[in-house]
Design a protein around this ligand. Structure first.
Ligand SMILES: [Zn+2]
Length: 243
C-alpha cells in the first residue's frame, strides 16, 4: 500500500469514526433519557417512603397524646368527685387546684393534637403531590420506553455494522500507522488532519513552511507539530458555483 492509498484509507477510517461518534452520542442520549426518568422515579419513591414514615410517626404521637388526654379526663372526673366530697375549704381549694392543673394539661394535649393534625395534613398533601408526580413520570416512561428501546436497538445495530466496517478498514492499514492514529485519536478525539493552505485544519495552527512544502510536494503523511494528528495535503477544491 503506497502513501496515497494509506491516506485514502485513513480518510475512510476517520469518516467511519465520525459516524461511530455520532451513533455513540445518540446511544448515550437515549440511554440518558431513560435513566434520567428512572432516576427521578427512584428519587420520588424514596421521598414518598420518607413521607409515609413521617405520617405514621405523627399519627403515633397524635394517638399517644389523645390517650393521655383521655386518661386525664378520667382524672378530671375523679377530681370533680373530690371537690364535691370536700368537707372544708382546704380540701375544696386543693381539689380546685388539681382540677385547674388537669384542665391545663388536657388543653395542652389538645393543642398538641391540633398542631400534629395540621402537620399530618401537610405531609399528606406532600405525599399526594409526590404520588401525582410519580404517576406522571411513570406514564412518560411508559410512553417513551418502548420507542427508546426500539430506537436504541436500531442504533446499536447500525453501530455494530459500522464497527465491522471500521475493523475491515483498519486491517488494510500498516499496523504502525493504525497504532499511531489510534493513540492520537484516544487523546484528541480524532486522529487525522489535513491542510490545504498551510494551517492544520484540525487545530488551526500554522504549519512550519518546511513541513508544508514537504506535504505539498508529494503524497506524504506527517504529524502536525501542534496537535500531533496525522496530517496530509489536500489540493484546494475547484470553486463550484452553487446557483
Ligand atoms: Zn494540528
Amino acid at each position: 500500500m503506497n502513501i496515497a492509498e494509506q491516506i485514502k484509507t485513513l480518510e475512510e477510517l476517520a469518516a467511519v469514526d465520525a459516524e461511530l461518534k455520532t451513533l455513540d452520542d445518540q446511544i448515550a442520549l437515549e440511554r440518558g433519557t431513560l435513566s434520567t426518568l428512572k432516576d427521578s422515579l427512584k428519587e420520588l419513591e424514596g421521598k414518598l417512603g420518607t413521607g409515609q414514615s413521617q405520617m405514621s410517626a405523627l399519627d403515633k404521637s397524635r394517638s399517644d397524646l389523645m390517650n393521655e388526654a383521655r386518661t386525664m379526663m378520667q382524672q378530671l372526673d375523679h377530681s370533680r368527685e373530690k371537690l364535691n366530697r370536700s368537707r372544708n375549704e382546704r380540701e375544696s381549694n386543693a381539689a380546685q387546684r388539681e382540677l385547674e392543673e388537669l384542665r391545663k394539661l388536657v388543653r395542652d394535649r389538645e393543642d398538641e393534637v391540633g398542631k400534629l393534625s395540621t402537620e399530618l395534613d401537610n405531609v399528606r398533601a406532600g405525599n399526594d403531590a409526590t404520588e401525582a408526580e410519580m404517576k406522571k413520570i411513570s406514564e412518560e416512561l411508559g410512553g417513551k420506553e418502548g420507542d427508546i428501546t426500539a430506537s436504541l436497538s436500531k442504533v446499536e445495530g447500525e453501530r455494530a455494522e459500522r464497527a465491522g466496517v471500521r475493523s475491515a478498514i483498519a486491517k488494510k492499514l500498516p499496523a504502525q500507522i493504525f497504532r499511531r492514529y489510534e493513540l492520537i485519536r484516544s487523546k484528541r478525539g480524532t486522529g487525522l488532519a489535513k491542510t490545504t493552505d498551510g494551517t492544520c485544519r484540525a487545530c488551526n495552527m500554522s504549519l512550519p513552511p518546511q513541513l508544508f512544502h514537504r506535504l505539498r510536494r508529494e503524497p506524504v503523511l506527517e504529524q502536525c507539530p501542534s496537535c500531533n494528528r496525522l496530517i496530509y495535503f489536500e489540493p484546494p477544491q475547484q470553486a463550484v458555483s452553487s446557483t
